[in-house]
Design a protein around this ligand. Structure first.
Ligand SMILES: [Zn+2]
Length: 238
C-alpha cells in the first residue's frame, strides 16, 4: 500500500501532467493547420498550373490558325489583283508572294497539328493531376477537420482537469503542495514526483542514499538528496 500522501500527490501530478501534455499538443495545432492549408494551396496551384500548361498549346494552335487565315486572305486578294495587273514583274512578284504564303501556311498547319497534339496530352495530364489532387485535397480537408475537432476536445479535457484540480490539491498537505509547486516550476524536465526503481532516482538517474531508501520505506515524505525531487517506491503500489 502506498502512503495516502503519495497517492494524493500522484493524482494531482497526473492531472497536471495531462494538462501540460494537452496544452503542448494544443500549442502546435495552429502550425499544423497552417501547414495543411499551405499543402492545400500548393495542390490547387499544381492543378491550375497543369491547366495553364495545356491551354498554352491551345493558344499556340489558335494563333497559328489565325495566321493561316490572314495569309489565305492575303493570297486571295493577290490572286484577284493579279488578274488586273499589266506589268509582268508585278505579276511575278504577286505569284511569288502567293507561293511563299502557301509554304508558310503549310508550316503553320504542321504547327497547328503539333500544338493540338500537345494540347491533348496536356489535357490528359491535367485530368491526371486533377483527379489525384481531388483525393489529396479530400485527405487534407479531413485531416484539417480532425485537428479542429482535436482542438475542441483538448480544450474540454483541459477545462475538466482544471476544474478537478483544486479538489486534488486540497488532498495534499500545504508544505508538501508548496514543495511540489516549486519543483514543478523548476528547470528539470522530470516530473516533481518520481519513482525510485532499483535504488535509482527517476529524476536524476542517480542511486539514492540508504537513508532515502529507509525514509521511503517508512512512508515519510522523502526527497532525493541529489535532485531534490519527491521520491516514492512504485513497488508499494503492488
Ligand atoms: Zn534524484
Amino acid at each position: 500500500m502506498q502512503a495516502k500522501w503519495i497517492e494524493n500527490l500522484l493524482a494531482l501530478q497526473d492531472a497536471d501532467l495531462k494538462i501540460q501534455g494537452y496544452e503542448t499538443r494544443l500549442e502546435i495545432l495552429p502550425k499544423e493547420m497552417l501547414n495543411l492549408k499551405a499543402e492545400r494551396d500548393k495542390t490547387i496551384a499544381a492543378v491550375n498550373q497543369a491547366a495553364e500548361d495545356a491551354r498554352k498549346f491551345e493558344r499556340a494552335a489558335k494563333a497559328a490558325e489565325s495566321e493561316i487565315a490572314a495569309l489565305q486572305e492575303e493570297s486571295k486578294k493577290l490572286e484577284q489583283q493579279s488578274a488586273m495587273v499589266k506589268k509582268n514583274t508585278e505579276y511575278q512578284a504577286m505569284l511569288s508572294t502567293i507561293a511563299l504564303n502557301k509554304q508558310k501556311i503549310s508550316d503553320l498547319e504542321s504547327k497547328v497539328i503539333e500544338n493540338l497534339e500537345l494540347f491533348e496530352e496536356g489535357k490528359k495530364n491535367y485530368r491526371k493531376v486533377k483527379s489525384s489532387s481531388e483525393a489529396a485535397l479530400k485527405d487534407l480537408k479531413q485531416e484539417f477537420d480532425e485537428l479542429g475537432t482535436l482542438a475542441t476536445d483538448l480544450k474540454q479535457e483541459i477545462a475538466a482537469l482544471q476544474a478537478k484540480r483544486p479538489g486534488l490539491a486540497a488532498g495534499v498537505e500545504q508544505n508538501l503542495l508548496r514543495l511540489y509547486e516549486q519543483l514543478k516550476k523548476g528547470k528539470s524536465s522530470a516530473a516533481p514526483v518520481v519513482p525510485v526503481t532499483g535504488g535509482i532516482c527517476g529524476g536524476c538517474h542517480m542511486r539514492v542514499t540508504p537513508q532515502t531508501m529507509t525514509d521511503m520505506a517508512r512512508g515519510a515524505v522523502t526527497q532525493c538528496d541529489n535532485c531534490q525531487h519527491i521520491v516514492y517506491n512504485p513497488e508499494e503500489a503492488e
